[in-house]
Design a protein around this ligand. Sequence first.
Ligand code: NAD
Length: 484
Amino acid sequence: MAILESAATGPSSDAEVIAGLGQLFAAQSQAFRADRSPTLAERRARLESLMHMMLSNRARIAEALRADFGAHPAPMSDLIEVLGVLGRARYALEHLEAWMAPSPREADPAMFGTAQAYVRCQPKGVIGNIVPWNFPFDLSVGPLIEMLAAGNRVIMKPSEYTPACGGLLEEMVTAAFDPSLVAVSLGGAELARAFAAVSWNHLLYTGSPNVGRLVMQAAARNLTPVTLELGGKCPALLTPGSVTPRNVDSVIGTKIIKNGQMCITVDYCLVPRGDVQRFIDLAVSFMSKAAPGYSRGDECTGIISIRHLERLEGLLAEAAARGCRIVPLEADGVTDRATRRMPMSLVIDPAADLGLMREEIFGPILPLVPYDDLDEALAMINAGERPLGLYVFGDDAAVTDAVLSRTISGGAAVNTCALQGALPSLGFGGSGNSGMGRHHGIEGFREFSNPRGVVVRGTGDMIDIFYSPYARTAAVIQAILPSG
Ligand code: NAD
């Protein structure tokens, strides 16, 4: 009751918000202790409630995204933040029974007789989810699917940069679920720090690698297992002969999604030196056909805040000051400070020490880095941190396979970009600096489960040899050791 009251009156001070989180966590922990094994039918019902929640709020979700981003294409809101989440929930519903089924394991009958062994996934308990601003629903309600499928209880903390989306999420979740099952905690930096310090049974964090380190340190104090979904610089490597209209459309089309503010967008592009001008021409041609007047039109998402916009402008200004060629992909493109829509630019052959080659760009700037041979391109990729996504283009499977086997990234796509994040059947996550652990599909179900190994003793076994007197054990070992 105290929880419901505090939610209704809208606590304001950091101390009250953090106390409210403590109450929610205590209530969910207590509810979990009372019911540690929700049935298949109960989990299905929860997933169906989640789907209904998303379907019945489509228009409001699009409006909240527009409010937080300044400008946000409504069909894109629908496609990724609503329909993508619904497809993922439907996939989990279809496979949940198989995911929950015990997985039999071998037990050598000579030693273990008729014993049965299996792994049965059980819920971890109460899970926290720290959500970033760029996909406020896909990265809150998306992982919630596998968390609920695995039988857990969940508290989500939206980003302070998306107050409209966070407020709507709280309202939607409060209407759809009992707070002892799913809840939302809203607040600023103090809450974020306190959230990571809660003794969750599992904690998911999505955001920058720097904050990921702080989150993991806080979780370590409680031995809380973490999934870290981080960022980094995702390269697209166009192998010789692959600078075609279809492939350049794929790179630029992906970059337009959220105006580059997507963790698996193309951060920079490696292009055969002789094909750089062809890439530029194809990119300009794609933009003029697909998104004429991009920065003034409905296709363009606003940059999340003026601070983020100024950071991007600074990256471009530094490149210009260092004499880089900057190619606007739109004639007369302008930055509209009211909606924070920023035009798309290519930066040709930037030096490796420029900010835009050291930091994740996360906006509408695409460096084109020329290379002379494939080994050089692979060396550039491997000199950086392990990316979240890696994209390779080319018709020769031997070449694209070699690129995949000579690099490491969280996910990858061949002849397309970012699609590895759109398939509900593919586990999604990073490696090294781009994160650890997976959500989406069966990998997500397992991530948020305790894979308990169980043995049921039968008859006709030799298990007594584990017990003293060990003289008898030594004789048995001697008898079963290979002779000679
Ligand atoms: P952000 O500023 O919204 O921060 C992310 C979350 O961390 C927020 O909820 C914030 O309140 C919280 N936070 C901030 N400081 C904290 C602290 N000390 N302790 C605990 N929580 C804290 O988002 P951001 O970091 O700017 O997000 C952009 C980054 O996220 C990019 O690097 C991007 O690549 C990455 N990202 C990764 C994925 C993925 O799936 N791997 C998805 C989206 C974004």
